[in-house]
Design a protein around this ligand. Structure first.
Ligand code: SAM
Length: 213
């Protein structure tokens, strides 16, 4: 890989981390949607969708499943490789979802802003998964209440949260509030990128937050 291509990936990751509002996200991902898989996922050896999917299957998660911040559908693909659930996708970016839709894995696509509340009824999904959406410049711990609202009783959510983002936005405090209202939580740490990643971010980790009741 040329030095020029490597720094392009790094630049896009830095730009994504520096976003500061839902509108910024819409505009940024509109321009990245078509290149995201080749430029970022392949180029960075991005294994986080696989990490989330395998944890969800290990916990015997069941469908219907909602992929939160589904983007171009990389997590849906990993879930479908491991099990045949009915799976839906939601994201703030219509353009990212258009790329996902073409892959034919999601039976429903919902454009929505997590921070404003999703157009989804309470207790709708037995499984909720997310990779790469709880990170710098994207969404924070306040969104966990919205996820809890749409998760069915007895359901399980597996959500990746960038480790540095976790500490800088104080996810621990929100977990305490969720636990006080009866939720169970568990956390495990995983690598975001695989061994082929050559970027400075290659050793970055995410926490997989497991949320149930
Ligand atoms: C780094 S991408 C991850 C996409 C995919 N899950 C993956 O692992 O490749 C982050 C996604 O979060 C979405 N996003 C950012 N802010 C959002 C919000 N407020 N509501 C819903 N989705 C949001 C972006 O549009 C983008 O598709």
């Amino acid at each position: 890989m040329s030095e020029k291509n490597r720094s392009k990936k790094h630049l896009n990751l830095q730009k994504a981390y520096n976003l500061s509002s839902p509108e910024d996200n819409i505009n940024f991902y509109r321009g990245w949607a078509e290149d995201y898989d080749a430029d970022f996922a392949l180029g960075m050896d991005y294994i986080l969708p696989y990490q989330v999917a395998s944890q969800f299957i290990k916990l015997k998660g069941s469908g219907p499943v909602l992929d939160i911040g589904a983007g171009t559908g990389l997590l849906g693909i990993e879930i479908q490789k491991l099990s045949k659930f009915e799976i839906h996708a939601t994201d703030i970016s219509e353009e990212m979802l258009l790329v996902a839709e073409k892959k034919g894995i999601y039976s429903k696509i919902i454009v929505g802003d997590l921070t404003k509340g999703l157009p989804i009824k309470d207790n709708s999904y037995n499984g909720i998964v997310s990779s790469g959406t709880f990170t710098h410049g994207h969404v924070g711990p306040e969104v966990l209440f919205e996820i809890k609202r749409i998760l069915s009783k007895g359901g399980v959510a597996v959500l990746s949260v960038n480790s540095k983002h976790w500490h800088s936005l104080g996810f621990d405090a929100t977990l305490q509030t969720l636990e006080a209202s009866g939720s169970k939580t568990n956390v495990t740490e995983v690598n975001i990128y695989g061994q082929k990643c050559k970027s400075d971010s290659k050793n970055d980790t995410a926490y997989l937050l497991i949320l149930s009741d």
